[in-house]
Design a protein around this ligand. Structure first.
Ligand code: CP3
Length: 333
């Protein structure tokens, strides 16, 4: 059985497998080298040779237990025909969402635009390095994708002031997103992903009263869909205040926690396997501090099924040596 499955399916508490969000990324010089020659990020994600090579880069360096496919949650709006670009020092920039065009897109158009992601997954999942390891496929949660599709940029930069006004539009787009997310999930699994993670990076933007409609219900539909395909599903509803309620309603196989939540409270509140938590900024400090902070999570979750990870993506300034140290600390525990 693959390492993450031991935790997710067997609730193993002795093993703390580790992978790192954004493990294939800018902190690795070998990634930056490829990136420099490929200024168009979307094209890079759609280049199955390079995308699979990038996915495997961190596994060649480090003793990680899983690969996460090199792609992006915004490949979904791209597949729906919305313009998506990534600007240096700005982040994603999306074109205007044209609902009349989007509703004309069918499954064949969508898959045609992004099928090379699936080719990359096939290459990764059948590579020798991953024989005993997991291949993680992922999607953005409907809510987070909706935020990018309507807001056209990160809400951290600027949130359109009438964003929440048109409830009809929001619900309509959520349904379209959900339909295509299911197609995207099914294809990732068919081509070799054996775990799905759902990233809800902007769940924390919502008032508590809106969570059932915009986060719980659409995510529950996806979680049930992944479960019906017999693959474990991990949810990462970043910065929500009530993880317990989320888990009770959505019932993923594991919950990934951000670095602002108190892991002790999570341990008290939550019965399902837990993933992550460590603040990525800790990797910018020193070995002694890294060991102290990593051991904190390992101690708290020592009798709980736990997958080691960070509380958000690894930062570009991270020294790869610190990643090596972290993995050693976790494996030696
Ligand atoms: O984790 C991995 O190694 C797999 C690849 C992965 C990427 N994006 C590659 C990427 C994953 C799982 C994502 C998820 C993603 N993308 C999320 C959810 C997680 C989170 O961070 O909250 C979100 C919100 C996005 C949207 C997105 N893509 C943003 C906001 C940005 C710009 C910010 C940044 O870090 O540069 C991206 C670009 C992006 N996605 C890069 C990578 C490696 C950087 C591209 C570059 O090299 O310029």
């Amino acid at each position: 059985m693959k390492p993450l499955n031991k935790v997710l399916i067997n609730n193993d508490t002795n093993l703390n497998p580790i992978w790192i969000m954004r493990q294939a990324g800018r902190y690795l010089p070998e990634f930056r080298e490829i990136r420099k020659q490929n200024p168009d990020f979307i094209n890079l994600c759609l280049n199955d040779n390079l995308a699979s090579e990038i996915t495997l880069q961190p596994l060649k360096r480090f003793d990680l237990d899983a690969a996460i496919i090199f792609s992006d949650i915004l490949m979904l709006p791209y597949g729906l025909g919305q313009k998506v670009a990534f600007e240096k020092n700005f982040g994603p920039k999306l074109g205007e969402l044209n609902l009349n065009e989007v509703i004309k897109i069918d499954e064949i158009d969508f898959v045609q635009k992004i099928h090379r992601i699936y080719k990359a997954i096939k290459k990764v999942s059948t590579s020798n390095i991953l024989k005993e390891k997991n291949t993680i496929g992922f999607v953005g949660a409907p809510w987070t994708l909706l935020v990018y599709m309507i807001n056209q940029q990160s809400p951290k930069k600027n949130l359109k002031k009438d964003f929440f006004k048109d409830e009809f539009l929001i619900n309509r787009i959520l349904l379209i997103i959900e339909k295509f997310l299911k197609i995207h999930i099914k294809n990732q699994i068919d081509y070799g992903a054996n775990i799905i993670q759902i990233f809800d990076s902007w769940a924390g933007l919502l008032d508590e009263k809106d969570l059932p409609n915009y986060v719980y219900a659409p995510t529950l539909n996806l979680v049930n869909y992944v479960k019906s395909l017999k693959v474990p599903v991990i949810c990462f509803p970043r910065e929500i205040k009530n993880y317990k309620e989320f888990c009770n309603i959505v019932k993923p196989d594991a919950i990934s926690i951000d670095y602002n939540v108190d892991p002790k409270k999570i341990l008290d509140d939550i019965k399902i396997p837990v993933q992550g938590g460590l603040d990525p900024k800790i990797l910018l400090t020193d070995y002694v501090n890294l060991k102290k902070e990593a051991l904190k999570y390992l101690e708290i979750f020592k009798n709980h099924p736990y997958i080691f990870n960070l509380g958000h993506g690894i930062l570009p300034d991270t020294n790869p040596e610190m990643v090596k140290n972290l993995i050693k600390i976790v494996k030696n525990y």
